[in-house]
Design a protein around this ligand. Structure first.
Ligand SMILES: [Mg+2]
Length: 431
């Protein structure tokens, strides 16, 4: 099997005005959809981050992808990385690898291509993708409710979701403002009633730590101690703030995600607060793992196949976590069903997935795969039985989402700029 064609389609998906320490989500979030077409007529799908830097790197990778056997992923990874290339006995490398080492995001680009190749191999073998990752360990994958402080509105403007979708959702959590503890509890109750999530994560670093602790305690009051809670200030609390407010949340949080920035600071908080610390910020690559362990920075790593170099590398990360007695959860960005299915196959094949995965999926109303939005049941997604990822592209939806991209004028994410549009002079701040 050889890859004959690589189609990359930049898309913009309607995204509500969600808040984080970084600012405000823009009306559209960018994603890149990848289709690999083979000489035997199969089409492998993948989805990764959007924006011009990613699109530029995908174009640099194209000459290596065209003509390759989708099973020969190791050579592609080495070639894209460049740093490991040329060692004696390293076997044949695709031509032009030195040229490709100019990629700024080689790990992300490899991960994006790898998922599409594994989709192809699964289709070719007649096996669901999880069975290429060691095999299905669970039939359903649990996800958590991802709660955000937000402004009123659905996002978008004149695109696919547009006015009619906003009208349809006018009274629900997708559109309503949530800027207080009470409004956050209402958001959580509605999201969980709709999707059945059994655990809750609050994006923090937005309001004062006092207000965010109040929100967590209100969620505890509303949902009871059987519902695990997390908060993620994205590294925008000081060490003093994290210790002070973390201690107030001992016995309440299942984990404390990136309260502070950097491994040494995380290690300091970990020694002072009796809650496991988690990260998708201070350890996001294999070379960072030794220092992460040495500093005692975290007890849980949030994997992300987009960031860690694909699904096989994420399985390797899981093994390292198991070896070093670290917990494992999963990070998410705004995404379509293609990424959700890849996350689900990965989680299905990892025995030591110790926490429900994050997902932004309930915040989006559009979908790019046939059949529309995937449905959670009891907060979990069923692992597909079909070969590969188990999805086909809806070409009409893809065309519309690409049209959104062309019309929205956004070429890279800038949450600070979006925040300044509604609060002139707004700046990033450490609490
Ligand atoms: Mg995080």
């Amino acid at each position: 099997m050889r890859i004959l064609e690589m189609k990359v389609t930049p898309c913009a998906i309607t995204d509500p005005p969600l808040r984080s320490a970084f600012g405000l989500h823009a009306p559209y979030a960018l994603r890149s959809i990848i289709e690999l077409v083979t000489d035997n007529g199969l089409v492998g799908l993948s989805e990764t981050h959007g924006g011009t830097a990613v699109l530029h790197d995908l174009e640099l990778a194209r000459p290596l992808v065209i003509g390759m056997d989708p099973a020969h992923l190791t050579s592609l990874e080495v070639a894209l990385d460049g740093r490991q290339a040329g060692k004696p006995g390293s076997g044949s490398l695709p031509g032009g690898y030195l040229e490709q080492s100019r990629l700024t995001l080689p790990t992300l680009i490899f991960g994006a291509i790898e998922v599409a190749c594994l989709d192809l191999l699964g289709q070719y073998a007649g096996l669901p993708l999880c069975d290429l990752l060691g095999g299905r360990y669970r039939d359903e994958v649990p996800f958590s409710a991802y709660l955000f402080y937000k402004h009123a509105g659905l996002g978008g403007s004149d695109g696919f979701a547009g006015e009619s979708q906003a009208a349809k959702h006018r009274n629900d959590f997708l559109v309503r403002q949530a800027l207080s503890a009470g409004e956050l509890v209402d958001q959580a109750l509605e999201m969980c009633a709709r999707h059945g999530f059994q655990s809750l994560k609050l994006k923090g670093g937005v309001l004062s730590p006092e207000e965010e602790v109040r929100t967590i305690l209100a969620l505890r009051e509303a949902f009871g101690p059987q519902t695990p809670l997390r908060i993620d200030p994205n590294g925008y609390w000081s060490v003093e703030t994290a210790i002070k407010y973390g201690r107030q949340l001992e016995g309440v949080l299942e984990y404390f995600e990136d309260p502070v920035s950097g491994k040494a600071n995380m290690g300091q908080v970990a020694r002072e607060v009796n809650i496991p610390l988690a990260t998708n910020m201070c350890c996001t690559s294999f070379p960072e793992i030794p220092e992460t362990l040495q500093t005692g920075a975290v007890q849980i790593i949030l994997s992300d196949h987009h960031i860690w170099g694909g699904l096989h590398n994420s399985v390797k990360l899981a093994k390292i976590c198991q070896t070093w007695n670290l917990g494992l959860s999963m990070h998410s960005n705004t995404h379509f069903g293609i990424s959700l299915l890849a996350m689900t196959h990965l989680a299905a094949a990892i025995p030591n997935l110790t926490y429900a995965c994050d997902t932004h999926y309930p915040w989006q109303v559009e979908e790019v795969i046939e059949g529309g939005k995937l449905e959670f049941s009891g907060g979990s997604l069923k692992v597909p039985d079909q070969p590969g990822l188990g999805a086909k592209l809806d070409q009409a939806a893809l065309a519309q989402l690409h049209e959104n991209y062309l019309r929205c004028g956004i070429t890279r994410r800038d949450d600070v700029l979006e925040m300044q549009k509604i609060e002139p002079g707004w700046k990033l701040r450490f609490w």
